[in-house]
Ligand binder design. Structure first.
Ligand code: CP
Ligand code: NVA
Length: 309
């Protein structure tokens, strides 16, 4: 059987996604009952490569490995030199003979594709310039926590940049039968090429692109925010902040949404830039439980990919 990677939501079979959620919820229930999870990753090691900073992804993967009885080795990019000191293919072939899984946070998505092409152990995308599938798992769980495991017909309004996080969320919505609304300033929408790819994987996805955030949230069950300036785009910060000025998630915008609508943000948040303190710390926010779900989602993912769950 071919090794199962987790590079994008789109390339992950829907039954694998559902299995990840099932296992994540089982492991979370055990943890919340004060029990230890079975050591299903005993003797297994995850190699973790970071080309960019991380709090949630780093800690949740390491903690997930600990709680499932395994180990992790964390490497920053200067040590590995992925694509500089050594090709991704050579890195993958070396690690395939030493550890049991590779998790990488990279600038160019192609590096993940190159790792996975030759790796005989699972390769996990821990964020690339193209997608952030691990985040989308936790985001789905945050919505399931609120609305139940069946999210069919629910609407997610993503207000902001048509970036890596938006790409993964759009496909996740497609997989879960949700509607996906994107409100972005002109020039920052999901590109036509990526939209075509998303629709090729999710032909039934109801995806709408709007330019007015107020219209976008009117029927939303969840509003989603991410930074306007992703890692690697720092030189564009001033121009981006100007372009996104009217796309802030604030009390006025939240008031335009239905009363039951929750607010999500993948974090890190630039407070009072893309989202106000009053919203992120307010009653509609599920941002911190969403972040905590990164741990549970990672455990489900690792258990399925590396533990045979
Ligand atoms: N949301 C997220 O991926 O956070 P980190 O960049 O801190 O890992
Ligand atoms: N879009 C953001 C997500 C951070 C978790 C970035 O790529 O920096």
């Amino acid at each position: 059987m071919p090794v199962q990677h987790f590079i994008t939501v789109a390339e992950t079979p829907v039954d694998t996604l559902m299995r990840i959620f099932d296992v994540a919820y089982e492991l979370r229930a055990e943890r919340e009952a004060g029990k230890r999870n079975a050591p299903m990753l005993a003797g297994k090691t995850l190699a973790m490569i970071f080309e960019k900073p991380s709090l949630r992804t780093n800690v949740s993967f390491q903690q997930a490995m600990i709680e499932l009885g395994g180990h992790s080795i964390v490497m920053v990019s200067e040590q590995v030199g992925l694509g500089k000191r050594e090709s991704p293919a050579d890195v993958a072939q070396v690690l395939s003979g030493m550890v049991h899984g590779i998790m990488a946070r990279v600038f160019e998505h192609q590096k993940l594709v190159d790792l996975a092409a030759v790796s005989t152990i699972p390769v996990i995308n821990a964020l690339s310039d193209f997608s952030h599938p691990c985040q989308a798992l936790a985001d789905a769980m945050a919505m399931m926590d609120e609305f139940g495991r069946d999210l069919k017909g629910r609407t997610l309004a993503y207000v902001g940049d048509g970036n890596n996080v938006a790409h993964s969320l759009a496909v996740m919505c497609g997989r879960l039968g949700m509607n996906f609304i994107l409100a972005s300033p002109p020039g920052y929408e999901i590109t036509q090429e990526v939209t075509d790819t998303i629709m090729s994987y999710c032909p039934d996805l109801n995806m709408q692109v709007m330019s007015d955030p107020m219209d976008a949230v009117r029927y939303a069950d969840a509003i989603y925010a991410d930074t306007w300036v992703s890692m690697g785009q720092e030189t564009e910060a001033a121009i981006r902040k100007a372009a996104f000025e009217s796309f802030q998630i604030n009390d006025k915008l939240v008031a335009a949404a239905p009363k039951h609508c929750i607010v999500l943000h993948c974090l890190p948040a630039y407070r009072n830039i893309e989202i106000t303190d009053s919203v992120i710390d307010g009653p509609r926010s599920r941002v911190f439980p969403q972040a905590h779900n990164r741990l549970h989602a990672q455990k489900g993912l690792l258990a399925v990919l590396m533990g045979g769950a």
